[in-house]
Design a protein. Sequence first.
Length: 136
Amino acid sequence: MFAAVLSLALAATAPISIVHQNRMGPAFRLVRSVLVLDDEVLVDREGGPGPGLEAVIDGKVAPGAHVLRVELHYQGSGGGAFPYLEGYRFRVSAQFRFTSLPGVPLRLEVMGHEQGGPTTPWEEKPAIAFRLWSRG
């Protein structure tokens, strides 16, 4: 199970939790995850989280504007129904801008998920969504 905890060495007064969830279907296997907060690499690893939410950071950031950049790499995992997917590789990236305030805890959730429906081309299915909660 993947869990990486990073305490940023900043003059930090804004608590933050960042979690990553893989909600892709069985046709996609996560083979690499890269998460970068304000040009500091939080995660750069082969593979990715299993089912459920997994912590990337539980620490503090300086108050102000921030950017989280995410890049996820998938390999097709067709199995019996779509064996040709094994040769496919997919890369999806996104960024999320947010502002932290002194003493206001934030929770940022990053989700790799499938978009579209049965007629959506395979290369358009991988997507990244963000959810931000403020507990202040």
